[in-house]
Design a protein around this ligand. Structure first.
Ligand code: SDX
Length: 428
């Protein structure tokens, strides 16, 4: 591969060009500062690669998303969330034996330490479940202190990964029960991952939960669709925090906090708030579109736009189909569905959105699906975190398995005051 040549201040610098397995190319600037004294500046990392990765491939122009080479459309239809989690973390679809071992490990680790239940008594009923989730996940490092050590032990990693994937679901369901004043429902050993979550969320001693297979399948697809998305904000956070050699639980806690932001995973809750605003405040779809285009307004069309996808987010397309299925099966009369469809059509035919290639993203329809499942809107981003967890774990593991292992430490361009002397208070 031919080098890239940088001409600066009368000299030429040859910069190696690397090419990925899908033909993506990058200029390797690892020695740029040593050779030329220059660094690069790319606010928001719009054009900067932080790593090489073999986990997820996205082609934003063609709306392609693959996990370890498998198209998301096939995995969402044919796989299970635990199987996809195994694929992302270990790099291959599990054999029957591997799948049975992984499934058993998830079952054995589905309870949280009984003492952790006391944490919930300290949270007010109105505590946001994302704040509870990040707290409880970090607390796993207290109750399961045998975590990352210098001598990388595969068995330790496998156990930490299973604990997180299984317990995050339990913590989420317990936070919901706490918020409605009901006793927690313990996980069962005879239910699959998604059915167990719904059971812990909605079963009650006085009203058994009526499990519906299509709801379970829709949740399975939702979690698979959220499972990884290369170097997005929260995943980059997990990598950067993990590069300090802190344990996996604390690295994941940082990812949960990053995901909570309304520009990232918090958008799914914002979408429902936006749709309810149109329904309840007499906002029209047209007014909503105009507000989103108004530079003086901080309002954005949540669930629209994406840093990488400049085409329809393939996940949104699948979720829209899942939504149609549930609406037809349950004969759902949900005004928000009609408003969302009208809003999408208005945006897709508006020059502002067309010129900026703003299409529905994964968050646009996910909230309405969760709503049909009976999940409260403040838990939508928690569901996003449950789905994204295997991707965060896979990316953390890939970083630790890649040598030389280095702590992440970006540079900056200083624009502050130049040298000046201290001035005593009486002279200021
Ligand atoms: C996720 O990175 C990932 O992979 C994330 C994710 C994942 O799986 O991890 O896919 C999950 O976070 C999806 C995105 C969820 N967020 C939202 O739906 C919030 C609304 N979207 C926007 O805030 C925005 O589109 C972002 C944050 C998603 C992307 O922001 P960028 O890439 O920094 O784009 P930008 O802000 O530079 O926008 C470019 C232009 C600007 O207009 P101009 O200055 O060129 O005139 O498009 C406009 C923006 O104002 N714009 C929008 C808009 N999104 C971009 N205008 C109105 N509504 C929007 N939603």
């Amino acid at each position: 591969m031919k080098d890239a040549i940088l001409r600066y201040d009368g000299r030429e610098y040859a910069l190696p060009v690397v090419e990925g397995s899908e033909g993506e190319r990058a200029v390797d600037i690892a020695n740029l500062r040593n050779d030329s004294g220059l660094i690069t500046l790319d606010v928001g990392y719009q054009n900067t690669g932080s790593c090489k990765s073999a986990i997820t491939f996205i082609d934003g122009d063609r709306g392609i998303l693959r996990y370890r080479g498998y198209p998301i459309e096939e995995l969402a239809e044919l796989s299970t969330f635990p199987e996809t989690a195994f694929l992302l973390i270990y790099g291959h679809l599990p054999s029957r034996e591997e799948r049975a071992v992984f499934s058993q490990r998830l079952t054995e680790n589905s309870m949280i330490h009984e003492e952790m239940l006391r944490f919930f008594d300290g949270f007010p009923l109105t505590a946001h479940p994302m704040a509870i989730l990040s707290t409880m996940v970090n607390a796993l490092a207290v109750y399961y202190p045998r975590y990352f050590t210098d001598d990388w032990e595969v068995a330790t990693f496998d156990l930490m990964a299973a604990r997180l994937i299984s317990k995050i679901r339990t913590i989420a369901a317990y936070s919901y029960k706490h918020s409605i004043g009901e006793p927690v429902v313990y996980p069962r050993h005879d239910l699959n991952y998604c059915a167990n979550f719904l059971y812990m969320m909605f079963n009650s001693p006085v009203k058994p939960y009526d499990m519906d297979e299509d709801i379970v399948k829709a949740l399975n697809a939702l979690l698979i669709l959220h499972a990884d998305h290369e170097q997005n904000c929260s995943t980059s956070t997990v990598r950067l925090v993990g590069s300090s050699m802190v344990n996996l639980y604390s690295s994941i806690c940082a990812g949960i906090c990053a995901l909570w932001g309304p520009l990232h995973g918090g958008a799914n809750q914002q979408v429902i708030d936006m749709l309810e605003g149109i329904r309840d405040q007499g906002l029209t779809v047209r007014k909503c579109i105009e507000q989103a285009k108004d530079k003086n307004s901080r309002f954005r069309l949540f669930g629209f736009g994406h840093r990488v996808y400049k085409n329809y987010d393939p996940r949104a397309r699948i979720l829209k189909d899942k939504l149609d299925l549930l609406v037809r099966k349950f004969n759902v009369k949900e005004p928000l569905v009609d408003i969302a469809l009208e809003l999408e059509q208005a945006a897709l035919t508006d020059d502002y959105f067309i010129e900026r290639k703003l299409y529905p993203n994964v968050d646009f329809y996910s909230g309405i699906l969760y709503r049909i499942m009976g999940i409260p809107s403040d838990m939508y981003t928690v569901l996003f975190a449950i789905g994204r967890l295997p991707g965060w774990i896979a990316q953390w593991k890939e970083m630790h398995d890649t040598l030389p292992f280095r702590i992440g430490r970006p540079r900056q361009v200083y624009t502050g005051e130049t040298l000046r002397s201290y001035v005593p208070i009486d002279a200021r």
